[in-house]
Design a protein around this ligand. Structure first.
Ligand SMILES: Nc1ncnc2c1ncn2[C@@H]1O[C@H](COP(=O)(O)OP(=O)(O)OP(=O)(O)O)[C@@H](O)[C@H]1O
Ligand SMILES: [Mg+2]
Length: 291
């Protein structure tokens, strides 16, 4: 038995309490600098949660080079924009990756949010109920706070800001945290491509200290976990597979599963406190209403 298998069982054991709420948790994965691992993390986190028994949607809100279609080895022909233009239905664009994991091809939001045909929009919202049963929607956003990324961050329940140890990436991550602190008083950080856990903690504590003195005590910044720099991850991109499936015993696989566990514990606490019911259509309403 490896650590990941045991951890996956832990995930599954928790699934009952979240499911009973019929509430979709929207988790935005974002960063300041590009290329820090957002898509890799989004896809693997979504897959780990799905294998733990949760129903997960993975929303591609970025158009970059190596994105979710490449990582998951699928072709995305049409996306949410086509649905909002009335060219196809929502069910036409969804791609079933595995029994519990659905890819929702989006775009950066720039085009989507320009589109405001009320009739089609209403139809879209009613169609969106086919995604109502999801426990999680993981949103892979574009890098930086520009464009409409900010709207996705505002509409999401949780934000995970990814950075790598490189000073330029840390500075850019801090800039995102600062802007996002205007509308999110709680944010998570994920340190990717680290040498070890202590490097991750050292970097995180520095950012936290700067944030506390410049942004103030109103912001609760938490380290959700770290992923080691590991060949298993870079190799998986080349073979278009998920490292958490390919190499379940590798350190990054154990780490991403642990991150999923931490996330679940946080979500469970929020469910206990009692949040509003949330769905894909209510998320989209929030997104459009801000615009
Ligand atoms: N922990 C890791 N160890 C080794 N390589 C990694 C790790 N995480 C990510 N990578 C590699 O870094 C590259 C960038 O990753 P990815 O495409 O996920 O970043 P991104 O933040 O989504 O980029 P973009 O901003 O362009 O969308 C990929 O080649 C990926 O394999
Ligand atoms: Mg990406």
């Amino acid at each position: 038995m490896n650590d990941q298998a045991a951890n996956l069982r832990k995930l599954a054991a928790q699934s009952i309490s979240l499911n009973s709420e019929k509430n979709t948790h929207f988790i935005a994965i974002t960063s300041g600098k590009g290329g820090v691992g957002k898509s890799t993390i989004s896809a693997n986190l979504a897959s780990v949660l799905a294998r733990g028994g949760y129903k997960v949607g993975l929303l591609d809100a970025d158009i970059g080079l190596a994105n979710l279609d490449v990582i998951l080895n699928v072709k995305m022909r049409k996306n949410l924009l086509h649905v909002l233009k009335g060219e196809c239905s929502l069910s036409d664009i969804l791609i079933q990756i595995s029994p519990n994991l659905t890819l929702i091809p989006g775009d950066s939001g720039d085009e989507i949010l320009k589109f405001n045909d009320k009739f089609i929009y209403e139809r879209f919202l009613s169609e969106a109920s086919i995604l109502d049963g999801l426990d999680f929607i993981i949103i892979d956003t574009g890098a930086g706070i520009g464009g409409h990324t900010q709207l996705f961050l505002e509409a999401a329940d949780e934000i995970i800001v990814v950075t790598v140890p490189d000073p330029a990436a840390i500075t850019d991550a801090y800039a995102v945290i600062k802007i996002a602190s205007r509308f999110k008083s709680e944010q998570f950080m994920l340190l990717n491509m680290v040498k070890n856990e202590s490097e991750a903690e050292r970097i995180f504590n520095n950012i936290k200290r700067v944030a506390a003195s410049n942004i103030g005590s109103g912001l609760k910044l938490e380290l959700i976990g770290a992923l080691s720099h590991d060949k298993a991850v870079s190799r998986s991109i080349k073979t278009r597979t998920l490292f958490s499936i390919d190499t379940p015993a590798s350190l990054p696989s154990v780490q991403i599963t642990e991150i999923a566990n931490v996330l679940l514990r946080k979500m469970e606490q929020k469910v206990l406190i009692g949040q509003n019911r949330n769905s894909f259509s209510s998320f989209f309403k929030r997104l459009i209403d801000q615009f």
